[in-house]
Design a protein around this ligand. Structure first.
Ligand code: BGC
Length: 740
């Protein structure tokens, strides 16, 4: 790393380095050019003119790949890495040194307005795909900025809201994806979020930015603030925030210098942050020269990626794929005006956009009619009537439904998860007229689908597919592509079923994560709640059979193997999922948690053994008593299947646990003391001494122990009738002054 002190920088130079020079740029220093940072996760939003972080101003044309909500449905880290590499190339060609993504926050509640920019309700999916994205981008010499660190799971009041999260869910659910991305792909930067975590702003949170991120996880890059997340530069620098963005206010840099001069800020903190920013400048300066970008090739990749993200939710009676010569009524405005990305800072000026209606027409040899089906209130009856007539006249209807740009966006949350009423009216009218109706969905956050599932013959879910979505959907509809996407978020029957329902979005700038560990499928499974479509669900035009799963140890880790056979009529891609369960656990656990997944391509009739590694460390829970990860010893069941609710085979293995050394204290219970090899016998002999003459301590019945088992030592001394401190010293074997 470049040493900011020896580089001969003045205190003012160093302070200046720790904030941007302008909206999107750092300072230049010591002969290194400034670095441009820009959004975002699914396309480069390079603004040549006026700058904003709301997606308002124009940006240079770029490829809009599927946003995270769509991309995650591929469950395919190789695909995500390829998308990342293409993004890296486009960023470099536009002079961007750091791309502000990926967004890997957990989809805690279906209403979060920014769920379209996040991958999953599950930390493994978020972490694995986030790491792949970073590898792809950074492999092209452009830095990533994994965001928003941390516990930023709602848009409501996002700049002030305090996320109150217990230690276990914080580590096991909300931080876990970040930990994985940092360990596996070493992002150049981490972006801290706007919100507070347990009372302290992320930007001022020393525990988060220094103790955890750097000291425990070993992160060596730059912590950059979300745009406008820093309200106190001095406190932020002291906490470990290196680069406050956006920049341009030199008054704040002067405040940093003053704080150092009057002793409020350790100069070492400024030196360290300035050095890290210089390190970032040096890294970016080493990037290879940009090559011209082939936007046609990237558009093809955007289509390929989009096709992998489409989930076949339902396909009764093999409605899909469609025959090429089928007469089709294509209905719904999204067929002609696609919704393919979300609103806000990630909004991309797409280089081109595939229109599903055109793509369907170009692949079809039959009649294809189009109708909007809904629109202004005045036209509603007429549009519905036309839709009914078109539906009756066709062999099948392809009905496009979903959420519009207005329904969801960065900056605000939704209040419900229903499809708009006029769309449901259209669905009812059309399915009555034509039972062979295929619904195609576009949305960023989850929508309620109970009625769609009941009425439609087939359902395709694209979430948001980026600029190639139209062609990808047509390919799936006609069977050019066999769908293989899987839901990365549960579709509940009702919003009220969501585990976070009563704790979202909080009140008075405070949100209690009351559902704890039970986020997404963990919560639905724990309560046995019926869902419309479970986490991990996705059908195919072929069928798969699973053999018996087996698990062996591989060093410390586990290797789960299962043979998967393509038993259906065509080649297909399967996403094999492994969930872990532990009965009789001493700690609270979800009934099952995803621990591995792998994509496998299988020609028709082929069988392949699929081996999935489960690192032993991924079996650990966060033990707040010791402030560390602990693997509990005992039998673990590995549940292998097609989705969280379609488990095909289970296998078990005994795993040795970690020893947990909890120092005994005055507050330790009799049970805890007796379990200790040294203090236990001492306590027993003390019992013997204090027992009435002739009592047989060793022969005490278990029920007597059960009665006293939970008494802490410091209360017990009151019963034993001796000097309490002396008794404690004797049992714990150390002087009273060292006992807490
Ligand atoms: C968003 C970030 C984004 C930044 C810059 C903020 O409002 O939360 O995700 O990277 O703006 O546009």
């Amino acid at each position: 790393m470049v040493d900011a002190t020896s580089a001969g920088l003045t205190p003012a130079d160093k302070a200046a380095l720790t904030s941007g020079a302008s909206f999107w740029r750092t300072e230049a220093a010591v002969g290194l050019p400034a670095v441009t940072l820009t959004d975002g996760p699914h396309g480069v939003r390079m603004q040549p003119g006026s700058a904003d972080h709301l997606g308002l101003g124009q940006s240079a044309p770029a490829t809009c790949f599927p946003p995270a909500a769509g991309l995650a449905q591929s469950w395919d880290h190789r695909m995500v890495e390829r998308v990342g590499a293409a993004l890296g190339d486009e960023a470099r060609a536009l002079g961007v040194g750091v791309l502000l993504g990926p967004g890997i926050n957990i989809k805690r509640d279906p209403r979060c307005g920014r769920n379209f920019e996040y991958y999953s309700e599950d930390p493994l999916v978020s972490g694995v795909l986030g790491a792949a994205w970073v590898r792809g981008v950074q492999g092209r010499g452009v830095g990533a900025s994994v965001k928003h660190f941390a516990a930023n799971n709602a848009e409501h009041d996002r700049m002030r809201s305090d996320s109150r999260v217990e230690a276990r869910p914080l580590h096991e659910i909300y931080l876990q994806g970040f930990r994985r991305v940092i360990a596996e792909s070493h992002p150049w930067t981490v972006m801290c979020s706007y919100n507070k975590i347990n009372g302290v702003y992320a930007s001022e949170n020393r525990w988060l930015l220094t103790d955890l991120l750097r000291t425990r996880w070993g992160f060596t890059g730059v912590v950059v603030s979300d745009w406008g997340a820093v309200s106190d530069r001095v406190r932020a620098l002291a906490a470990g925030l290196d680069l406050a963005m956006p920049g341009g206010d030199s008054g704040l840099d002067a405040e940093v210098v003053t704080a150092v001069e009057d002793g409020r800020l350790d100069p070492a903190a400024v030196d360290a942050s300035a050095a890290r920013v210089l390190g970032l400048l040096a890294r970016a300066a080493r990037a290879p020269h940009p090559a011209p970008v082939d936007l046609d090739a990237h558009h093809r990749l955007a289509r390929e990626a989009a096709a992998r993200c489409i989930v076949l939710l339902k396909n009764s009676g093999d409605t899909l794929p469609l025959r090429r010569d089928a007469a089709l009524a294509v209905l719904g405005p999204f067929a002609a005006h696609p919704r393919f990305q979300g609103g806000g800072s990630s909004h991309v000026n797409a280089s081109r956009v595939d229109i599903a209606l055109d793509e369907i027409r170009s692949r079809s040899s039959g009649d294809v009619t189009y109708g909007a089906g809904y629109g202004s209130a005045a036209d509603q009856e007429r549009l519905l009537e036309e839709a009914r007539a078109a539906a009756r006249a066709a062999d099948a209807v392809v009905l496009f439904l979903g959420l519009s740009d207005r329904d969801e966006s960065e900056g605000y949350d939704r209040e419900h998860i229903d499809l708009p009423a006029e769309q449901l009216d259209l669905l009812r009218a059309v399915t009555e007229a034509q039972p062979c109706t295929i619904v195609v969905l576009a949305h960023g956050g989850v929508v309620r689908l109970a009625e769609v599932d009941r009425l439609a013959a087939a359902v395709l879910d694209g979430a948001l597919l980026g600029q190639g979505g139209g062609a990808a959907l047509a390919d799936v509809l006609f069977g050019v592509v066999n769908p293989s996407g899987r839901l990365a978020e549960t579709v509940p029957v009702r919003l009220e079923d969501a585990p976070s329902f009563l704790n979202f979005p909080g009140e008075h700038s405070r949100v209690v994560y009351g559902e704890g560990l039970f986020v997404g499928y963990r919560g639905y499974d724990a309560r046995g709640t019926a869902v419309t479509y479970p986490f991990g669900h996705g059908l195919s035009y072929t069928t798969f059979e699973y053999g018996d799963a087996a698990v062996v140890t591989d060093g410390e880790d586990l290797a789960v193997t299962v043979a998967v056979t393509n038993t259906g009529p065509r080649a297909g891609r399967e996403v094999v999922q492994v969930y872990v369960a532990k009965a009789d656990s001493a700690v609270l656990r979800a009934p099952q948690a995803l621990v591995a997944f792998e994509v496998v391509d299988l020609p028709r009739g082929a069988t392949e053994p699929v081996t999935l590694r489960v690192p032993r460390s991924d079996l650990a829970y966060w033990d707040d008593r010791v402030g560390d990860w602990v693997v509990e010893g005992g039998v673990y069941t590995l549940r292998v299947g097609r989705s969280s609710r379609d488990i095909r085979s289970c296998t078990s293995i005994e795993v040795p646990g970690d020893a947990v050394h909890l120092p005994l204290t005055a507050n330790s219970t009799i049970t805890e003391v007796l379990a200790d090899p040294e203090a236990g016998p001492r306590l027993m002999s003390m019992f013997a001494e204090t027992m009435p003459a002739g009592a047989d301590v060793a022969g005490l019945g278990m029920d007597v122990f059960a009665m006293v088992a939970s008494i802490p030592l410091n209360r017990l001394t009151a019963f034993v009738g001796r000097d309490a401190s002396a008794a404690l010293e004797q049992i714990l074997g150390r002087p009273e002054s060292t006992i807490d």
